[in-house]
Design a binder for this molecule. Structure first.
Ligand code: GLC
Length: 399
């Protein structure tokens, strides 16, 4: 069976329906719930060949939005599940994840125009982005903060070792224990950014903010189409403000760095966060050219034979071989990162490099199957099996 057929089959196998809500679990064995950015990836993939399933995926992930507007990063869909992120809210986590729903909604519409669908989710989308902008930026500096590394989607990334007080050679279990401790602290400050930011984890993350900028642009397109002038102006204004603030506070030495705390201390660990701003067009053509040539294509830092490293090989924390007991964002290649980079490269007209990322992604799947992450130097699969993100290759078809 070819990879594309396998990818479609995997999404079908991992499809679930609970209480009339249809969604896809990222891995039957390891991740039997619904995750926020995973569902957005699923929607983007499904938009290619099953638009109604794509719309269902977004409807279900938005269906447990909290009154504050926050969209939780996990919906358990099963009663009584006690999980690491459970806090006070029945059946969902109390964290969010990179805010991809508007982008996914616009992708679905772009491929299969359906104004009624966009209208049906518009207010939920607007409320979510309003929540991020109003509640996650208590200093009013136009940079959105995350209160826990899991909100970045890169749960144990070396990028956060400073604020997490994690050693470069930390084990999987030790890191999990640190995140559990932080969840206790998050719970104590009620997951409220204003209360949490002074004492605990408070990071203005580059991928999160880049993804937000691009999603606000998508929201503006949706609002414009639906003739919601206020929503369009709101989304465009904040996309500009965040892009400007990122430039002012997170840009140094030709790349963007995440920053921590009230004083914006830059977290100088080189990770794929250098490439995420390309997804939102935040580098000039010249800057992007330099980032691609000196970082992305550099075998001594990010360019592995089999995949793009999530952490530079030159970092002390870098380890290609992942963890035996779980996933690792400390070097291994991940398909969603490949996809973001692919889209970013296309945005800058770099078709040859984008095609290379696509070929690398396909080769990884052929060699090791639909695994959670991969050793970028050997191509060996790591973490969960039957993991849906590999199906993003179905969306790498424009170069
Ligand atoms: C892991 C990943 C996270 C993803 C989740 C479900 O926790 O780090 O990004 O959303 O698995 O696939």
């Amino acid at each position: 069976m070819d990879i594309f057929t396998q990818a479609k089959k995997l999404l079908e196998q991992n499809r679930r329906i609970t209480d009339g809500h249809q969604y896809t679990v990222p891995s039957e064995e390891h991740y039997p719930y619904q995750w926020l950015w995973d569902s957005c990836f699923h929607a983007i993939i499904l938009a290619q060949f099953d638009p109604e399933a794509a719309r269902e995926e977004l409807r279900s992930i938005l269906s447990r939005q909290l009154p504050s507007g926050m969209v939780p990063h996990i919906i358990y869909w099963k009663p009584g599940i006690l999980h690491l992120f459970d806090w006070g809210v029945e059946g969902t986590s109390s964290l969010t994840q990179p805010p991809m729903p508007a982008y996914a909604a616009w992708e679905i519409h772009r491929r299969n125009p359906d104004v009624a669908f966009l209208e049906s989710i518009y207010l939920a989308l607007l409320a979510y982005y309003r929540f991020l902008i109003e509640k996650r930026d208590p200093q009013d500096h136009h940079l959105i903060g995350i209160v826990n590394p899991d909100e970045s989607g890169e749960d144990n990334s070396s990028r956060f070792d400073g604020p997490m007080s994690a050693a470069p050679d930390i084990t999987y279990k030790e890191h999990l224990a640190l995140r559990e401790k932080l969840i206790g602290e998050n719970t104590a400050c009620k997951f409220d950014a204003e209360l949490c930011m002074r004492d605990y984890f408070w990071v203005k993350d580059v991928p999160f903010n880049s993804i937000l900028v691009e999603n606000l642009r998508a929201l503006a397109h949706i609002a414009s189409l639906l003739k919601h002038g206020d929503g369009e102006r709101f989304a465009n204004l904040h996309a500009d403000l965040i892009a400007d603030a990122m430039r002012e506070r997170l840009f140094e030495d030709g790349v963007y760095w995440s920053a921590s705390g009230l004083d914006y201390t830059k977290l100088k660990i080189a990770t794929w966060a250098h490439f995420a701003p390309m997804f939102a067009g935040l580098y000039s053509e010249e800057e992007a050219d330099r980032v691609v040539r000196t970082h992305l294509l550099n075998p001594d830092t990010f360019y592995g034979t089999f995949g793009i490293r999530t952490v530079s090989k030159r970092e002390e924390a870098y380890r290609a071989d992942g963890y035996a007991d779980g996933f690792s964002w400390r070097g291994p290649a991940w398909m969603a990162v490949h996809w973001f980079i692919y889209r970013g490269l296309l945005r800058y007209g770099r078709k040859a490099e984008a095609a290379d990322i696509r070929e690398k992604s396909l080769a990884l799947l052929r060699r090791s199957g639909f695994r959670e992450c991969f050793n970028p130097d050997t191509g060996e699969g790591q973490g969960a099996r039957g993991f849906t993100w590999g199906a993003l290759v179905l969306d790498m078809n424009e170069a």
